[in-house]
Design a protein around this ligand. Structure first.
Ligand SMILES: *[C@@H]1O[C@H](CO)[C@@H](O)[C@H](O)[C@H]1NC(C)=O
Ligand SMILES: *[C@@H]1O[C@H](CO)[C@@H](O)[C@H](O)[C@H]1NC(C)=O
Ligand SMILES: *[C@@H]1O[C@H](CO)[C@@H](O)[C@H](O)[C@H]1NC(C)=O
Ligand SMILES: *[C@@H]1O[C@H](CO)[C@@H](O)[C@H](O)[C@H]1NC(C)=O
Length: 415
């Protein structure tokens, strides 16, 4: 269903106004607990899966030993339900002592010893979404300092239990407070998701100045309909969202659910391809201890990752929506390369979509094309008509193709 092409593209000089902490010049990659493990705090009956020190250590071991870290998946991120219900006597947040006996600082050290990073979760409001202590405006400085003292590398700041006025005050203040700690801490803001994700309520210029990434839209769930509804919203609003992204500042369509229960292999390839085109952060939320080899090979596909991580950091767009149900997505990449994804909304059978690079507005020349999911390469002239067999999304058989092209045979890209 997709066919990503790595191609020639003229590249405009970009002015960036990113948060000045030097972090996340390409979309961050790693693992995040929420979608797969939620708020499971029952360590008595479910010790392997409950939100505890052991879960994050298990995932860190898998990232470190199973080839994920080398590909860029370095963040191990805690989500909600890690905290004790009470702050300590000095007013600081503290981890639940039974589930995190070593404290967050010990986990951070465990990550750093392995070249990994630790992310934590907080909430701009009276409570987190799961009902744990939140960070009200008066608690911002102390919480930022606590996270820095623990040597945390990233903060996701949710927005439950606060109003628009408190959010407008709190999100920029947390950015300042993190900076004031002197520790580089990647900052993920859920703010726009609480304000509908669109201007005039959301100011993307400001977000790019205070946050490294931000959740624009609702939470992802373990289903294709959820993945598709998120992708649809992002591409329907691409004229607003794409210019907001760049090195150090990313739109976040939420976690990768590849390797869980809801997606077929084909749909898994689709999520990976669309997230790569969107320059989305790649946070897996799955069980790396038991992941299938099929899901792993999609998540570890070097070419897809290199598209996602392209240093220009330009977010791709949907360029065609055919009546036939075929859609084409495009992302310009560095070194005159680009990626194309062919996507089908059909539910009958593989559709033979005929096109040429010139029909997709590529300039005259020969292009080296690589199918990202099969590694097959070909050379196409801009005028050559070719057929992409795009499988229907709902099929579980074989509906994805991804290609990569380089321009003119002069700029063959190596991966
Ligand atoms: C804090 O902000 C200043 C100015 O924007 C920047 O130079 C510095 O690197 C930042 N420090 C951290 C730790 O984020
Ligand atoms: C958005 O934020 C930027 C940077 O903070 C500011 O200069 C601009 O005036 C804001 N735009 C609107 C419409 O409020
Ligand atoms: C990209 O293409 C342009 C126009 O063909 C060419 O001048 C330039 O050298 C190419 N850049 C690279 C990095 O290959
Ligand atoms: C190609 O360019 C033309 C003229 O600018 C535009 O109307 C058309 O939508 C473009 N097609 C694609 C697939 O981008």
């Amino acid at each position: 269903m997709h066919f990503a092409v790595l191609i020639f593209a003229s590249v405009a000089t970009m002015t960036t106004f990113a948060l000045d902490n030097g972090l996340m010049r390409t979309p961050p990659m790693g693992w995040l607990a929420w979608e797969r493990f939620r708020c499971d705090i029952d360590c008595t009956n479910d010790p392997k899966n409950c939100i505890s020190e052991n879960l994050f250590i298990d995932m860190a071991d898998r990232l470190y030993e199973d080839g994920w870290k080398e590909l860029g998946y370095v963040y191990v991120n805690i989500d909600d339900c890690w905290a004790s219900m009470d702050r300590d006597k000095d007013g600081r947040l503290q981890a639940d002592p039974n589930r995190f006996p070593g404290g967050i600082n010990k986990l951070a050290r465990y990550m750093h010893d392995r070249g990994l990073k630790l992310g934590i979760y907080g909430d701009m409001g009276t409570h987190t979404c799961g009902g744990y202590p939140g960070t009200t405006v008066d608690k911002i400085d102390i919480d930022a300092q606590t996270f820095a003292d623990w040597e945390v590398d990233m903060l996701k700041l949710d927005g439950c239990y606060s109003n628009a006025v408190e959010q407008e005050l709190g999100y920029p203040l947390m950015s300042k407070a993190l900076n004031a700690t002197g520790r580089p801490i990647g900052y993920s803001c859920s703010w726009p998701a609480y304000q509908g994700g669109l201007p005039p309520k959301v100011n993307y210029t400001q977000l790019g100045q205070i946050c490294n990434l931000w959740r624009n839209y609702g939470d992802i769930q373990d289903s294709w309909s959820s993945v598709l509804s998120i992708a649809d919203w992002f591409f329907e609003n691409q004229d607003i969202l794409a210019p907001a992204a760049g090195p150090g500042r990313w739109n976040d369509p939420d976690m990768l659910v590849i390797g869980d229960f809801g997606l077929s292999m084909e749909q898994s390839r689709s999520q990976m391809a669309l997230w790569a085109i969107m320059a989305a952060p790649l946070f897996m939320s799955n069980d790396l201890r038991t992941i299938s080899s099929g899901a792993r090979s999609i998540l570890q596909n070097k070419m897809i990752i290199s598209i996602n991580q392209d240093p220009l950091g330009i977010q791709g767009r949907r360029i065609l929506k055919e009546k036939s149900g075929i859609e084409v997505f495009w992302r310009p990449l560095s070194n005159n390369a680009s990626a194309l994804v062919f996507f089908s909304r059909r539910n009958d059978m593989p559709y033979r979509y005929q096109t040429s690079l010139s029909k997709l507005n590529y300039t005259t020349g020969s292009y080296k094309v690589t199918d990202v999911y099969t590694d097959q390469t070909d050379v196409l002239k801009d005028s050559t008509e070719f057929v992409v067999s795009v499988n229907p999304t709902e099929y579980t058989c074989n509906p994805v193709e991804v290609f990569l092209l380089t321009c003119c045979l002069r700029t063959v890209r190596t991966f």
